[in-house]
Write a protein that binds this ligand. Structure first.
Ligand code: GTP
Length: 333
C-alpha cells in the first residue's frame, strides 16, 4: 500500500520555529516528526511513501539521503507552486503513477492509528474515500463530520462557527482513497480536499468515516507541538518512548529538569530550571535561567525567565530578560 504524505504547508502557526525548518522536520521525542508518522504508517502496512511538498524540499532530501525514512522507501513530488491539500494529492498521485487504493496523511498529525484497520473498513464498506475520525472537545477548529449508522458521512463542515457543530467527531487527517478521487480534483489550481472534494463526495454518498479513540494530536500550534513532545516522554504513545535528555546534549551542574526535553546538541548552563518545556537541537541556555511551558531553539541569556514562549533558532533572549507568552524573533508575516 502506498501513502501520500502532505508536507508542503508553510506551518505559519508554528513560526518562528518553522522559519528555517519545515514543520514535519521539527523533532518530537528527539526524532523528526515525519519519521514518527512514517514509522506508524509502516506498522499498518504502508510500504512506500510519496512526499507531497513544494516549500523547502532540501531539508527532507538532506535528512533522508538514501530516500528511506523509518525503513520505508520515499519518493518526492515537488509542486511548482502550492496546490493546497487536494491539488497536492492529485499532483503527487500523478507523479507517482498511483492507480490503486492509497492512503493520504497530513504530515503534522501524530497518532497511534493502525491504518490497516482503516483500509479494512474502507474495503468492507465499498467506499470511494474513508476518513479517520477522532472525538475532540472543541471541534469548531477542524473539519466536523456527522456519520450515518452505516459509517457513511452525512455532513462534512470545515471549521464551523463555534456552537454550531452537530458532532464532536473531526477529520483526523488520515484518509484511504480510491484512484477515482484523483479524477474529481481539477488540475493545475489550488484545491482544498476539505472544502471542495469531501463535500462533493458526501453529496454522492461515497465518503465514509471510522472513529477510533487511540492517541491523536494535531501538532500545528505551539502548545500542541509542546504537548506532543511531552506525551512521548510521559509514555502516552503506544509504540514510542524517549529519554528526557538527548545523548549529545550538555547539561551543567545543579540543573532541575522537570517534565522537559533537552534536544540533541543543546547546551544548558548551571543552576537552570526547566519545567514543562522543550529545548530543541542546538538550543543554548545560560546559567540560572528559568524556562517554563516554552519551546526554545535559540539562545537564552543568563538569569532570563521565560514562560509560555517560543524562541526560534535565530532567537536571542537577553540576560535577565523576563518574557511571558512571547515569540522571538517575531514571526515573519
Ligand atoms: P499553517 O500554515 O500553520 O496552517 O500550517 P500548514 O501549512 O501545515 O497548513 P495545514 O496545517 O492546514 O495543512 C495540513 C497539511 O497539509 C500539512 O501537513 C501541510 O504540510 C499540508 N499542506 C497544506 N497545504 C499544502 C500544499 O499546498 N501542498 C502540499 N504538498 N501540502 C500542503
Amino acid at each position: 500500500m502506498r501513502a501520500v504524505l502532505l508536507v508542503g504547508g508553510f506551518g505559519t502557526r508554528l513560526r518562528p520555529l518553522t522559519h528555517y525548518i519545515p514543520k514535519p522536520m521539527l523533532p518530537v521525542g528527539h526524532r523528526p516528526m515525519i519519521e514518527l508518522v512514517v514509522a506508524q504508517l509502516a506498522l499498518g502496512g504502508v510500504t512506500e511513501v510519496v512526499l507531497a511538498l513544494g516549500f523547502r524540499p532540501e531539508p527532507f532530501r538532506a535528512a533522508f539521503p538514501d530516500d528511506v525514512c523509518a525503513g520505508v522507501p520515499l519518493t518526492y513530488a515537488v509542486e511548482p507552486e502550492p496546490l493546497d491539500t487536494a491539488g497536492a494529492i492529485r499532483f503527487a498521485a500523478e507523479q507517482a503513477g498511483i492507480d490503486e487504493t492509497f492512503v493520504v496523511v497530513n504530515g503534522d498529525v501524530l497518532c497511534d492509528l493502525d491504518v490497516s484497520r482503516l483500509v479494512q473498513f474502507h474495503r468492507a464498506s465499498g467506499a470511494e474515500g474513508t476518513l479517520h475520525l477522532t472525538a475532540v472537545e472543541n471541534p469548531s477548529a477542524f473539519g466536523v463530520v456527522e456519520l450515518d449508522d452505516n459509517g457513511s458521512v452525512r455532513r462534512f463542515v470545515e471549521k464551523p462557527p463555534p456552537g454550531t457543530e452537530q458532532s464532536n467527531l473531526i477529520n483526523a487527517g488520515t484518509y484511504v482513497l480510491e484512484p477515482s478521487v484523483i479524477a474529481r480534483i481539477p488540475a493545475g489550481r489550488k484545491v482544498s480536499i476539505e472544502r471542495e472534494t469531501f463535500p462533493a463526495m458526501v453529496l454522492d454518498h461515497t465518503l465514509f468515516g471510522l472513529a477510533t479513540d487511540d492517541y491523536w494530536m494535531d501538532t500545528g500550534q505551539p502548545p500542541l507541538y509542546l504537548r506532543a513532545n511531552l506525551d512521548v516522554l510521559d509514555g502516552h504513545r503506544r509504540h514510542l518512548s524517549c529519554r528526557a535528555v538527548a545523548e549529545s546534549a550538555q547539561v551543567g551542574g545543579d540543573v532541575r529538569i522537570e517534565h522537559s526535553l533537552v534536544g540533541e546538541g543543546a547546551t544548558v548552563g548551571n543552576r537552570v530550571t526547566l519545567r514543562d518545556s522543550v529545548l530543541l537541537p542546538g538550543a543554548r541556555v545560560g546559567d540560572d535561567a528559568v524556562i517554563e511551558s516554552s519551546i526554545v531553539a535559540g539562545t537564552v541569556g543568563n538569569s532570563a525567565r521565560l514562560s509560555d514562549c517560543v524562541i526560534g533558532s535565530d532567537g536571542r533572549v537577553a540576560a535577565a530578560a523576563v518574557l511571558v507568552a512571547s515569540r522571538v524573533p517575531a514571526p515573519i508575516a
